[in-house]
Ligand binder design. Structure first.
Ligand SMILES: *Cc1c(COP(=O)(O)O)cnc(C)c1O
Length: 395
């Protein structure tokens, strides 16, 4: 019998030059991470104690007071919303996702509204859209302004939420000013803002109270992992709402992150219980984080650029296809190869239907470009990818 698990299941392996997309399995993990997860799988530990250890390591890596391993950035956003609404009140934790009678609104600028905002609502929060989207629509030059947040800050507001990217750092500073003055927590979705490594610390340093990162994208952790980093009291609330709480109050030993003297009682299973992080995910995420922090990004990018140049050379002269290398210094992330083609989406569909199926990023398809993102691309796939591209363009 074959030892290839995907072959045994009758599932095809794919050539992935689209990036660490969730629907393609996210990141692939380094052998060291896989080994740590296997090691973790073989023992019993107290998950609260393990999350305490995780908190310390995430704090070191992010500069935040505390951290929690979640089952992804979306889960981190749901837990962040739950923490901001329930704080340290077991009755509020027990009520969620019904959040009547306590602050349950989250302000979200229209320029920051993504499909992932659903994760905030999943905790029971009502999203309040603020400001306009002139930048997004190209109608104007102005983005988020402090008075727009101030005008919407009613007593039932539990938090303000933003989505981080290089273009919205100014908004973050604007929001921090207002949120700090009014003691309203600021949640930042930074799921896909790694690399660069500096972003692990950037949003906390700017003043965000809670920051969500994906573990299964560039961090190279387990696909179903993520990080919630931030203020100790809020992370502790998030942790409480994620833990298994089928405990006897007499024998329960809370994680160190949780100050039991502040709790009116022992909470029930919370809103996060359905997306518990397992010992394997927690350990895998921590080892991946350690590798990511310690990696030589310049050397890794130089190696990726050399591979992309070799792929571009193998594509040279293909009619109807022009390859341009965009270095990491320009993307701010990893180098990519932009492939200008005639009909980007129909070529993408042909590549995906091929054998083996090939995936390129469609993020710039509207301008006739398929993007070869090498983050997850296995080196042994470089030349088969070039061959599949040449064949698909000719077909
Ligand atoms: C990928 C992504 C998420 C969700 O992250 P998961 O780790 O897959 O849960 C949330 N927000 C943004 C902006 C993302 O790109």
């Amino acid at each position: 019998m074959t030892t290839d698990i995907y072959a045994r299941l009758g599932v095809r392996r794919r050539i992935n030059a689209a990036g660490a997309l969730t629907r393609l399995g996210g990141a692939t993990m380094a052998p060291e991470v896989v080994a740590a997860m296997a090691d973790a799988a073989r023992g019993s530990v107290d998950i609260g104690e393990l999350q305490d250890a995780a908190s310390g390591r995430i704090a070191d890596a992010t500069g935040a007071e505390a951290g929690l391993v979640t089952t992804g950035a979306a889960a981190a956003l749901t837990l962040a919303a739950a923490a901001c609404m329930a704080r340290f009140d077991p009755a509020r934790m027990a009520a969620l996702p019904h959040a009547d009678g306590f602050p349950n609104r989250i302000l979200l600028p229209r320029t920051h509204r993504t499909g992932y905002a659903h994760a905030l609502q999943a905790a029971g929060a009502h999203l309040v859209d603020i400001g306009h989207n002139d930048r997004g629509t190209g109608a104007g030059v102005r983005g988020l302004e402090a008075w727009e947040i101030e005008a919407a800050l009613a007593p039932d507001v539990a938090a303000v939420a933003l989505s981080a990217n290089p273009a919205t750092l100014g908004d973050l500073e604007t929001a921090v000013g207002v949120c700090r003055a009014r003691a309203v927590p600021l949640i930042v979705d930074a799921a896909a803002q790694l690399p660069p490594r500096e972003n692990l610390r950037r949003f906390t340093a700017l003043g965000a109270d809670l920051v969500a990162f994906s573990g299964g994208k560039a961090l190279g952790g387990p696909q179903a992992s993520g990080i919630l980093a931030g203020r100790r009291d809020l992370v502790a609330s998030a942790l409480l709402q994620q833990l298994d709480m089928d405990v006897a109050p007499q024998t329960w030993t809370p994680p160190r992150l949780v100050d039991r003297t502040l709790l009116k009682g022992v909470p029930h299973h919370g809103i996060g219980r359905g997306f518990k992080a397992g010992k394997e995910e927690i350990v895998g995420l921590l080892v991946a984080l350690e590798r990511f922090v310690g990696a030589d990004a310049d050397m890794a990018n130089a190696q990726l650029e050399a591979r992309l140049r070799a792929i571009a050379a193998a594509l040279a002269g293909t009619p109807g296809l022009r390859a341009t290398l965009v270095p990491a210094a320009v993307t701010g992330r990893v180098p990519v190869l932009e492939l200008a083609v005639d009909d980007a989406l129909s070529l993408s569909a042909r590549l995906q239907a091929g054998d083996p199926p090939v995936h390129l990023s469609e993020r710039h398809s509207a301008r006739g470009v398929l993007t070869l993102d090498p983050q997850v691309l296995a080196p042994e796939h470089d030349m088969p990818l070039a061959a599949a591209l040449r064949a698909a363009v000719a077909s």
